[in-house]
Design a protein. Structure first.
Length: 331
């Protein structure tokens, strides 16, 4: 576990009726590559994940602050909660956030966060008290390999990318929630059609950081150890190799990545589909713009390390860095 694993994570938090003062001033353009990227929020404490309410307002987590905040396209940031019981380490904290597909009716957000004993997924409502865990027991490491990305898929089920908790054996153990892609109902139960009758959808992962779909096909980004990082095309029940394989190998029964990069170049994080391309955040700096075979290169390198990429409802690509939130057009 080297310094490359010490990517801080934007942490969620809860408490209500908090300051509505913006955390950032007016948007500023940065000339990045061949286009202008508009910075709409800065000075954040390890921003980690963002999703959008039905009215288009962003709702995001800050890992180290352990807070949930909203943000408008104009950059007005409002803290809406502090999440209790969150344990922060190099990679642990309040991580993923996903808005319920039926938010207009149920007002529910889903959070992925680290406690002193595990990682867990919980439901939470702005102004509604403490989060209510729906999945517990996802392995945590002392510092690293927590996974943390959650998203609703086109099938309406909630998917989660988990880490192996610094124990590679978890990834191959189908009875462990570590080193997996999980697929569940909104109450945390195994989704119908899951390959093993459990929450596990795919296994053999090291530290899944990004989830996206091209049509109904799921892709994930996975941080490797010391050799390569991976972009994987995910099919139900398949084994993606870790720790037997890091990157492509010829071991029977293990599925190779569609693309791999030296760990010195990538350390991937969030992943999205936008205007026909995949956009993969990179903790080594910049954002990868790729096709579904992984061909492509980096843009936005002047932003430094990027934590998440999300296609926003306003038609913009939202780029999340540890310290800020930015709007771009994907070029």
């Amino acid at each position: 576990m080297g310094a490359r694993r010490s990517a801080h994570i934007g942490v969620l938090a809860l408490a209500v009726g908090l300051s509505s003062a913006p955390l950032a001033s007016a948007a500023t353009p940065d000339d990045v590559g061949a286009m202008a990227v508009k910075t709409i929020a800065s000075g954040l404490s390890q921003a980690w994940s963002i999703d959008f309410l039905p009215d288009g307002t962003g709702v995001f987590t800050q890992k180290d602050a352990k807070t949930v905040s909203t943000i408008t396209k104009e950059g007005k940031v409002t803290k809406v909660g502090d999440i209790p019981g969150v344990s922060v380490t190099k990679e642990a904290g309040l991580l993923g956030i996903a808005v319920s597909p039926t938010y207009a009716a149920d007002k529910t957000l889903f959070l992925y966060y680290t406690t002193g004993s595990d990682n867990r997924i919980a439901t939470w409502q702005i102004g509604g008290g403490a989060p209510k865990p729906i999945v517990t027991g996802i392995p945590r490491g002392s510092q690293y390999h927590h996974g943390g990305r959650i998203k609703f898929g086109p099938d309406g089920f909630l998917y989660a990318g988990t880490g192996d908790g610094q124990n590679g054996n978890n990834a191959q153990n189908k009875n462990s929630l570590g080193g997996k892609v999980l697929r569940m109902t909104k109450d945390g139960k195994a989704a119908p059609g899951n390959p093993f009758g459990s929450l596990v959808y795919s296994y053999g992962h090291r530290n899944v950081q990004g989830l996206t779909w091209v049509g109904t096909q799921l892709y994930v980004s996975d941080i490797g150890a010391s050799k390569v990082d991976e972009l994987n095309r995910i099919d139900a029940g398949k084994n993606y190799g870790w720790p037997t394989c890091e990157g492509s190998c010829s071991t029977s029964g293990m599925t190779n990545p569609v693309k791999q990069w030296p760990t010195s170049q990538a350390t991937p994080s969030g992943l999205t589909t936008y205007k026909g391309s995949l956009y993969m955040a990179s903790l080594k700096g910049g954002t990868f713009k790729l096709n579904t075979s992984g061909a492509g290169g980096k843009i936005y390198t002047n932003l430094g390390r990027t934590r998440d990429e999300v296609a926003g409802p306003d038609g913009s690509l939202w780029v999340i860095t540890p310290g800020g939130i930015h709007l771009a057009d994907g070029n």
